[in-house]
Design a protein around this ligand. Structure first.
Ligand SMILES: O=C(O)CCC(=O)C(=O)O
Ligand SMILES: [Fe+2]
Length: 375
């Protein structure tokens, strides 16, 4: 009897996350979004409070160079019941999000980074994904067959996450992009983590009908450093749950430019993205992406990175039906090395390049198509 009751309690509880996931995933009729926390609007909500940042950690000039507003201007929030969770509502300077969108589509898709298309295509076929796709993306209308960019689901950076073993390995690591490392360092420092090291990145590419299943990011070997998440393009609903898979989650909008930091006791919470929110009629792109880097601003020293109109034309056409999310993780604690296993015999060395060894040619290609249930 007790066992039966326990089982049914679990079932009911299990439904709490799944039920909300299914609720927001539904398309016809569309779900009611009125319960979704909107950090861009309601500091008034009882559950949302202003979060303290370390304003002295990033100078205004350093923030400017990274395309960010001065830290004192950032609108950062915490959520009651989720200590260590910080939501920064679009701290980017007008126009500077475009750079990151372009990086995710044009630069980070290049070798030696790894993407879902590598799992079933020849290396030559997945080279220059951008060049192979943009001509067609720029043209309006439905395209058949879909371009490689439209088939892209994920890209991994640094220590490449292995979707099958759910591990990182010192045997499969390539240099982490310096620009994203620098951006991540500033965000982490402002949130109280000045020694954060960007060692692995997972970029997720969502189409209008994509979702990301319920999961927890626990493969990193040290969970004390935060996990950073950057969103661009279409708005998503993000569900932040508890330490148990079935715990009822809080739903929140993640809009273009928003940054989320999961640290402390929120670092290992279950979460998911049940849906991409349909863009309002007549506004296919969020207005913050319409802006170009201001002409009056001192951008003559190349520090504020601009995107040429031709590239932006393709990026904006892609983003009208897409969302891009970059998560940046520190894999190892200070001085920590990978445990020695049978699959990699080369010991991790400290202080080499971006904290990883030369990529070995033996790194195995696994056939994981969709990451963690990104459909
Ligand atoms: O797309 C998102 O907002 C979440 C991505 C995520 O949870 C992950 O990459 O682990
Ligand atoms: Fe995640």
């Amino acid at each position: 009897m007790a066992a039966k009751m326990a089982a049914s309690t679990v079932e009911q509880a299990e439904d709490a996350f799944r039920k909300l996931f299914r609720f927001y995933k539904r398309r016809n009729p569309p779900p009611d979004f009125s319960e979704v926390v909107d950090f861009s609007k309601n500091l008034g909500s009882e559950t949302v409070y202003a979060a303290e940042l370390d304003r002295g950690s990033v100078s205004d000039e350093a923030a400017f160079r990274a395309g960010l507003q001065p830290v004192k201007e950032w609108r950062a929030f915490g959520l009651q019941g989720y200590p260590g969770f910080i939501f920064i509502s679009n701290p980017f300077l007008p126009g500077s999000q475009r750079y990151w969108v372009k990086q995710c589509l044009k630069t980070y898709t290049q070798k030696p980074n790894v993407c879902n298309l590598d799992m079933h295509m020849q290396p030559a076929e997945t080279e220059n994904i951008w060049e192979k796709s943009v001509g067609s993306i720029r043209k309006k209308g439905q395209r058949e067959p879909r371009t490689l960019l439209e088939k892209l689901r994920w890209v991994t950076l640094g220590y490449h996450y292995n979707w099958d073993t759910k591990n990182y390995s010192p045997d499969h690591c390539t240099p982490f992009p310096e620009d994203l490392d620098s951006l991540s360092h500033k965000i982490a420092a402002a949130c109280g983590f000045p020694s954060f090291k960007a060692e692995a990145g997972i970029l997720n590419y969502y189409r209008s009908d994509s979702s990301l299943g319920i999961h927890v990011d626990e493969s990193e070997l040290d969970h004390a450093p935060p996990l950073l998440s950057f969103s661009f393009g279409q708005t998503a609903v993000f569900l932040l749950g508890g330490t148990k898979r079935q715990d009822a989650p809080t739903a929140m909008f993640m809009r273009s430019g928003d940054i989320m930091v999961m640290s402390g006791s929120s670092r290992l919470l279950y979460h998911a993205v049940p849906c991409i929110v349909p863009a309002p009629a007549g506004h296919p792109l969020p207005s913050c992406l319409d802006q170009r880097v201001g002409k009056d601003e001192p951008n003559d020293d190349d520090d504020v990175r601009t995107v040429c109109e031709k590239d932006w034309e393709a990026c904006s056409a892609y983003l009208k039906t897409s969302r891009i999310n970059m998560t940046v993780r520190q894999v190892l604690g200070p001085g920590q090395t990978f445990p020695v296993t049978h699959s990699h015999t080369v010991p991790a060395t400290e202080g080499s390049g971006n904290g990883c060894e030369e990529e070995t040619q033996t790194a195995k290609k696994r056939k994981s198509e969709s990451g963690y249930d990104l459909d």
